[in-house]
Design a protein around this ligand. Structure first.
Ligand code: PLP
Length: 401
């Protein structure tokens, strides 16, 4: 892979016709070290956020040993990139053949579930040829929790309701070597309070079911920084999670896990795009809703941007973007703040695309190819550099003390 100091030097050297994805391994490694050193338990990387094999190796080398995978393709991919990684199959609805292959071929021992049917499927798919059940399963029951404090909900699709959790926890306890409870508060949780509330539900579930719980997995949802979304420091999240975990009625030897996706990889990628046409405050660029800007189009996410051409004026204006395909839906409202004089032929760097950005590219309409280049400068924003102003005073933070 080619190396450049930054986006500007890529544009000067290559004047690329197609989008360029910039990888920043140093930023991903720093995020990984932050979690492995500061999270008071085990951090599993949620692979769906960005499954790039290069990134997987960076995270592994920075100390991430456990990986949350959700499909058999992810199981195979992580197993081939990282032969020694611990894989946890955390999609609560799996096919029987995927469970069997994960268990028998790839050494997966951790599975999640949210129904009795899934539990029976896991038990059947992992039994040996004589029909003896596996005795080495770690099974995590996914509990439905609120997504009220997150930018992207994950509350509707998965998770057993608290009211129905006791029989499922008891049945799972019967067949599991280790019993876990997991949840997901939704992605980009803007306050640690999201986890406090979820942990209260975990407590109620454990009390109701009167079972011994070996693993409490607080899932993903740890935020990154975007325009208009400045979360409190991650240390605050870790602090409240640790306190909530310590007060749960679980055994002394039980483990605390988390499954960060976004927080580990958001800073890993940015992308260089070119303005192909300007119409008023709308810029037609060469990536969009079917590319790395999926979230910018579909949920109005505002990624940070900067213009890579000089002499376009001091003042900034809000622009919206059209992507390259012929589809009207290939539209990103923004506003993206760029110099008022920006014009066709100019290049823009879009930052913080490592999570659910680079991974979303499709080939729809013949677009979607991009070169990847390594950059050594800093990401446009960082939760880990230690130079952010402390946003704890801001009003999106619920006081916890
Ligand atoms: C998507 C997902 C994650 C990662 O979520 P982030 O918000 O990116 O941290 C973790 N666990 C599960 C089960 C998921 O589906």
């Amino acid at each position: 892979m080619q190396h450049y100091p930054d986006a500007l030097s890529v544009v000067r050297a290559l004047a690329p016709d197609e989008p360029v994805i910039l990888n920043r391994p140093h930023a991903a490694a720093r995020a990984a070290r932050f979690f492995t050193e500061k999270f008071p338990g085990q951090s599993l990387y949620a692979v769906k956020a960005n499954p790039s094999p290069d990134l997987l190796k960076v995270l592994w080398e920075a100390g991430v040993t456990h990986y949350d995978v959700a499909s058999i393709a992810e199981v195979r991919q992580v197993r081939s990139a990282l032969p020694e990684a611990v894989l946890c199959f955390m999609h609560p609805v799996k096919t029987r053949s995927a469970i069997a292959e994960a268990y028998k071929v790839h050494g997966v021992r951790v599975f999640s579930l949210d129904t009795q049917e899934e539990l029976e499927k896991i038990v059947a798919a992992t039994a040996d040829e004589a029909g003896n059940p596996a005795t080495d399963l770690s099974l995590c029951v996914r509990l439905r929790v609120s997504s009220d404090y997150s930018e992207l909900s994950l509350a509707a699709k998965f998770g057993v309701d608290l009211a129905d959790a006791a029989p499922l926890l008891q049945a799972t306890r019967q067949v599991a070597d280790a019993l876990g409870i997991c949840f997901h508060v939704g992605s980009q949780a803007m306050t640690p309070f999201a986890y406090v509330q979820a942990m209260e539900r975990v407590r109620a579930a454990i009390v109701d079911a009167s079972v011994t719980v070996d693993i409490v997995d607080v899932g993903g949802g740890f935020p990154s920084v975007y325009p208009g979304m400045e979360p409190p420091p991650l240390e605050d999240y870790f602090g409240v999670i640790h306190r909530a975990f310590e007060s749960l009625p679980v055994s002394y030897s039980s483990e605390l896990w988390c499954e960060p996706g976004r927080a580990l990889c958001a800073e890993y990628n940015s992308m260089i795009v070119r303005v192909e046409k300007r119409r008023g405050d709308e810029l037609y660029i060469n990536d969009g809703a079917y590319g790395a800007l999926y979230d910018a189009a579909h949920v109005g996410w505002r990624f940070p941007v900067r213009c890579l051409s000089e002499g376009r004026g001091e003042g900034e204006e809000g622009f919206s973007f059209y992507g390259p395909t012929c589809d009207d839906a290939d539209f990103m409202e923004g506003p993206f703040m760029l110099p008022a004089g920006i014009k066709a032929g100019d290049y823009i760097e879009v930052g913080m695309l490592g999570a659910y950005g680079a991974a979303m590219k499709t080939a729809f309409n013949g677009f979607g190819s991009a070169t990847a280049i390594e950059a050594s400068d800093e990401p446009m924003a960082s939760l880990y550099r230690g130079d952010r102003s402390d946003p704890r005073q801001s009003d999106n933070v619920v006081s916890l003390r």
